[in-house]
Ligand binder design. Structure first.
Ligand SMILES: [Zn+2]
Length: 174
């Protein structure tokens, strides 16, 4: 599924930060307040309440607050999943991330990279769990996305981020 053009206002954005909601498989109004785009368990795209354009300048307080200290110029996209999940010992909780969600994320991020001319690097396409290490901006122990429910062999924020970037890069070339 493509992102509708009207969901991608022509503004300048610097990076894409990928999250999970730590909620259920469907986007709630609460979930929609915090991100520009959400992806439900079947891969369906949902538009968040703030517009991407709201994150060009956050001084008016009207923007998607998805990453502490890193919302300006940052597109926030989130997978609707992982309610009740535990990092260690790992448990996906009652709404595990689905492969359909991941595949839709790869597609959506590739489309956003193309639209906003964002290069695929570890500082410009990354998960919330990588923000502290890759951008040096402290976060409160965020581990989205450091595990993939459908592929337990991929472990850790960097491994998940590298997989995302590799698949997005392949999609952009294809
Ligand atoms: Zn997050």
């Amino acid at each position: 599924m493509n992102i509708p053009t009207e969901w991608m206002p022509k503004v300048s954005m610097l990076r894409i930060i990928c999250h999970w909601t730590a909620g259920g498989h469907k986007a709630s109004e609460f979930d929609r307040e915090h991100y520009h785009l959400l992806i439900e368990d079947d891969g369906r795209l949902i538009r968040g309440i703030p517009s991407i354009a709201d994150n060009v300048n956050i001084a008016d307080g009207k923007y998607a607050a998805h990453t502490k200290g890193c919302n300006t110029g940052s597109i926030g996209i989130s997978l609707c999943c992982m309610a009740g999940a535990v990092e260690s010992p790992f448990s996906s909780g009652k709404a595990p991330m689905t492969r359909a969600q991941w595949d839709a994320l790869v597609n959506a991020v590739a489309e956003l990279c193309r639209q906003y001319k964002i290069p695929v690097t570890s500082k410009t396409v990354l998960s919330h769990a990588e923000v502290q290490a890759n951008l040096g901006i402290p976060q409160r122990q965020k581990w989205d996305i450091a595990r993939l429910s459908f592929d337990p062999s991929v472990k850790g924020a960097k491994a998940c981020g590298d997989k995302l970037r590799a698949e997005v890069t392949a999609k952009l070339k294809g």
